[in-house]
Design a binder for this molecule. Structure first.
Ligand SMILES: [Zn+2]
Length: 156
């Protein structure tokens, strides 16, 4: 969490024009970068769960409201009848499982897109994160190796 803010702050310092893209989650209060088109909005949910949770509860409420109206009830009957008649469409093949939660990846994609000023693919983000993690792991291993080498050279 702290490191998230450290990264966010250094990004905004490096790219001052991104300051106008800073938004605050109205549910949990966390700051995050968003599209410039959302600049100044006060009603945004963060991409770390709030936006998703909020959207889900809203769409449930909408469809419950709708199907309680007479017009909606008729439509639902028709829908159910049709559903009974036609076999369910085949499921699309499962996309490759993502190594990170999708909302997080989408957020990183938006931020990287803002920083680089271009459209970034989700697959690029996955690749980038995997590369960064690999480098971290390598640096850590190297440090441990150096520590072991030092201990070997200076026996207690
Ligand atoms: Zn939030």
């Amino acid at each position: 969490m702290l490191s998230y803010y450290v990264v966010l702050r250094s990004v905004v310092r490096l790219k001052p024009w991104l300051r106008k893209c800073l938004a605050r989650c109205r549910h949990c209060g966390i700051f995050f970068l968003t599209h410039a088109r959302n600049a100044g909005r006060q009603d945004l949910g963060c991409p770390f769960g709030c936006r998703e949770a909020h959207r889900k509860s809203q769409s449930t409420r909408r469809s419950v409201d709708y199907y309680q109206q007479p017009e909606g009830k008729i439509k639902k009957c028709a829908l159910n009848a049709r559903r009974r008649k036609t076999p369910p469409p085949p499921r699309p093949p499962n996309p490759a499982p993502l190594p990170w939660p999708r909302p997080i990846l989408e957020h990183v994609r938006v931020v990287v897109g803002l920083i680089e000023g271009r459209q970034v693919l989700l697959s690029e983000i996955v690749e980038m994160l995997e590369r960064i993690l690999r480098q971290h792991r390598m640096v850590r291993t190297r440090r441990i190796d150096q520590g072991v080498a030092w201990l070997n050279a200076q026996p207690p």
